[in-house]
Write a protein that binds this ligand. Structure first.
Ligand SMILES: [Zn+2]
Length: 443
């Protein structure tokens, strides 16, 4: 344990201007407590008022039901072993601690099981097979063109291009995958007469479906009374099979697209969210950070889509890769008091321990150099995530104190956090009045 791994088990230190952040936090809590005291009388006299963030330009959540995570059954909400705070999300130091009770052990086992998903991509035969269906020449030339445009734009303002060539390759892959390769399926159409079908519940997989990796099969009946054929929809979590079937819901989309990113040489993460949604993260060498990619939505670098866009409440987002796991909730839930859901599956100390344990397992056979590189990366990402929280906190304080008594110095440190409090954010990213893309529904 002389290597950097030891450091990873130390409590998370607060490198970000700890004293002033703590002070701001205390101020905020004081104000919140005061507000809470006033709340009962207010709620009696007023009907529920709209949230200050509610904005007609924010698209509604998609109507389709999100699927359960692809590889495991739907996780049941465990009873809280003990009340937890969001201290981990607030950047306060916590000490990793192994699970001591059944609920904590269950959560660790869930994460451990999920962490296997991206390891399945590390199969040269599979990646070759994937490459054989990707129109590489087309994607590379699209990427080249986009990358040159970005360079020219940057040169005209004497700046740095926003994205590099590798990022543009993934962006081209994303357009092709959503536009031409994968199909979104709600109710599969009748294969006899192509009429819509009606859900009939689940049915046991056939031996053939089991052999192809389907653990669950949905059954549908043709809506045409003169046909009444049955249609089976096996839910495949096996990426080999997804190359063939090329259809599914969010789970299949994220799984197959993540594998394709790997096939074109990107470092990739498969991100699991406790509210039964999944997506991808790709490492941008150009920006030296992990970038959110949602194949199903065709979304690139829009981490606040789920909370500020769809108004979802989220408790955990965990990113899994061949290098381990990272709790990336803070990237997706910038304002935990507004968009956070209680993190009560296990104490935060256990969550941290579980993440460290998965990392340790994935990295134990790596060279010391690689291990050190990954620890450096973890530290840099921790700083990035902490900055999001600090920035959201500062924005909240600013909102409570209209005169803006707090400074905006974190903006200068991390320009990416600048738009934190802006409700114009989604509009600026083309999600203005259009709502979420539903073009793939009912196909
Ligand atoms: Zn039919």
């Amino acid at each position: 344990m002389a290597d950097g791994r030891h450091r990873a088990t130390q409590p998370v230190s607060n490198g970000y201007d700890a004293a002033s952040l703590t002070h701001e936090f205390e101020q905020l809590m004081r104000t919140k407590r005061l507000n809470r005291l006033h709340e009962p009388s207010r709620s009696r006299t007023h009907s529920a008022s709209p949230s200050p963030m509610s904005n007609s330009s924010i698209p509604p959540p998609p109507t389709r039901a999100p699927p359960p995570p692809p590889s495991l059954g739907s996780p049941t909400a465990a009873p809280s072993p003990k009340p937890t705070t969001s201290s981990a999300l607030r950047g306060l130091p916590i000490m990793p601690s192994p699970p001591q009770d059944a609920a904590s052990l269950k959560f660790y086992n869930l994460l451990k099981g999920l962490s296997v998903t991206p390891t399945k991509y590390e199969n040269p035969g599979l990646l070759d097979e994937a490459l054989s269906v990707i129109p590489l020449d087309r994607l590379y030339s699209e990427a080249e063109e986009e990358s040159q445009i970005m360079q020219a734009q940057a040169a005209s303002v004497a700046g740095k291009p926003e994205w590099g060539y590798q990022d543009c390759v993934i962006r081209a892959l994303l357009r092709w995958f959503k536009g031409s390769f994968f199909q979104f399926v709600n109710n599969p159409p009748c294969s006899k007469c192509h009429m819509p079908t009606i859900a009939q519940g689940m049915t046991p997989p056939t031996p053939d479906e089991t052999a192809r990796g389907a653990t669950r099969v949905e059954l549908y009946r043709c809506s045409d009374t003169s046909c009444t054929a049955h249609e089976r929809f096996p839910r495949y979590s096996d990426v080999w099979q997804l190359l063939q079937s090329r259809r599914g819901r969010v789970g299949e989309w994220a799984n197959c697209f993540s594998m394709f990113c790997r096939a074109v040489g990107a470092r990739v993460r498969w991100v699991w969210n406790s509210e039964d949604y999944v997506w991808t993260e790709v490492y941008s060498e150009h920006q030296r950070r992990w970038v959110h990619v949602d194949a199903c939505e065709g979304a690139w670098d829009q981490p606040r889509l789920y909370t500020e866009g769809w108004q979802r409440k989220i408790s955990y987002c965990v990113a899994f890769s061949i290098d381990g796991a990272t709790d990336v909730t803070r990237r997706y839930v910038r304002n935990f008091s507004r968009h956070g859901s209680p993190r009560n599956r296990a104490p935060e100390e256990v969550v941290l321990w579980s993440i460290h344990e998965i990392r340790r397992k994935r990295r134990e056979n790596m060279s010391k150099t690689d291990q050190r590189r990954l620890i450096k990366e973890d530290e840099r990402e921790e700083k990035e995530l902490r900055c999001y929280m600090a920035s959201a906190l500062a924005a909240e304080i600013n909102n409570m104190l209209p005169q803006g008594l707090t400074s905006r110095r974190e903006d200068q440190k991390h320009p990416g956090a600048r738009q934190e409090a802006s409700t114009e954010w989604l509009a600026a990213r083309g999600h203005g009045n259009s709502g979420p893309d539903r073009s793939h529904e009912g196909r």
